[in-house]
Ligand binder design. Structure first.
Ligand code: ASP
Length: 344
């Protein structure tokens, strides 16, 4: 790694940030980032080279699929030695899923991968995209004694830098679109960028290892008062299903009805892994705290601690893709691999 940042790579995948009004038609069309120095001349003042790759086609992030994550990982891998850091421009809708997936797929990451986007298109006067983009670049380039300050996958949005696999999109309107309910901010941005260093992962200086096999034989069942046996049964009997995230109430609680517990127990005994993740945006699953979770742990649900649903889903895809099952899978699910959960 060089002392000074020499070059960054911006990977543009789509989303609102890249939209500008077409002068002729007035419609929103993708911004041509290959001309980004022309649109944003201040990029030249950073003093390092900023290169650009645009995905083809550009997508609304609602169309993100595991293949897309593989493509992103391949792009980063291919360019890893050439660049000091990466900025990924991405729609905000599924950004938390992508950030979580990348964190698992990029093992031994020692360089910044900063995702950002915006709520208002780059071409709008009041856009939040310009600030998000320029600050994400500054963060991706930041080094101290030749070492990247943020060598992890993070989301920068509206003055806050968050660990990617701790985030959830919670606001479809406000500029502060993301929350990191269970992990403190990595940096706060005002006049200065204040890095909360003790919250940021340290580089391990090992060689980057990428993981590109993702298994999507997973599903999510969100509990609600009045959930019927047929909804539960039809989810549990999805053909080929290997793991189910059960989004439970509060600290991991669920109805105590016999039909419900029996259905889950039977599925677990037939080999389905059920991962208990809370519906809350902050706080942790604590199996056994209330009577309504005692049975869940007794029948073999795996507690997700304070993991987000986005992280739980992508961690399962990654671990199943790597071929883990049984006790090894359970053990890794309950071990923080990339800072995605806190075990009290
Ligand atoms: N629908 C857009 C997307 O996720 C919204 C955004 O960019 O913020 O691609």
């Amino acid at each position: 790694m060089t002392d000074e940042t020499k070059a960054l790579l911006v990977i543009y995948t789509g989303g609102t940030i890249g939209m500008v009004k077409d002068a002729a038609s007035g419609a929103l069309v993708p911004f041509d980032f290959s001309n980004m120095y022309e649109h944003l001349p201040m990029l030249g003042s950073f003093g390092y080279q900023i290169d650009f790759i645009g995905f083809e086609p550009l997508i609304d992030s609602s169309n993100v699929k595991p293949d897309f994550w593989v493509r992103l990982v391949e792009t980063i891998e291919l360019n890893y030695e050439k660049y000091d850091g990466f900025v990924v421009l991405h729609g905000s809708d599924t950004m938390a899923y992508t950030a979580s997936a990348l964190s698992f797929m990029l093992e031994n990451l020692n360089k910044p991968v900063i995702l950002t986007g915006s709520q208002l298109p780059m071409g709008e006067i009041r856009t939040d995209g310009r600030e998000n983009f320029l600050t994400a670049i500054e963060i991706a380039a930041a080094k101290e004694d030749g070492v990247a300050l943020v060598p992890e996958v993070a989301i920068y949005f509206e003055n806050r830098l968050m660990r990617g696999n701790r985030t959830t999109k919670f606001n479809a309107e406000g500029f502060n679109a993301f929350v990191s309910g269970n992990y403190p901010l990595l940096a706060e941005v005002g006049v200065h960028i204040r890095y909360n260093r003790s919250n940021i992962l340290r580089p391990n200086f090992k060689r980057l290892r990428t993981h590109k096999k993702l298994d999507n034989n997973v599903s999510i069942l969100k509990l609600f008062p009045g959930i019927s046996p047929s909804v539960v049964q039809s989810t549990l009997s999805i053909p080929g299903l290997k793991a189910l995230i059960l989004e439970t109430f509060g600290s991991g609680n669920a109805p105590t009805d016999e039909w419900f517990i029996n259905a889950l127990e039977e599925a677990i005994q037939s080999g389905l892994l059920i991962f208990n993740v809370t519906q809350c945006k902050a706080g942790s699953v604590e199996l056994g705290k209330y009577e309504t979770s005692v049975m869940l742990s007794r029948i073999g649900l795996v507690g997700g601690h304070d993991i987000t649903t986005e992280s739980a889903l992508t961690k399962l895809m990654y671990l199943l893709g790597e071929g883990y099952y049984g006790d090894a899978l359970v053990r890794l699910l309950q071990t923080p691999l990339r800072g995605e959960m806190t075990i009290e």
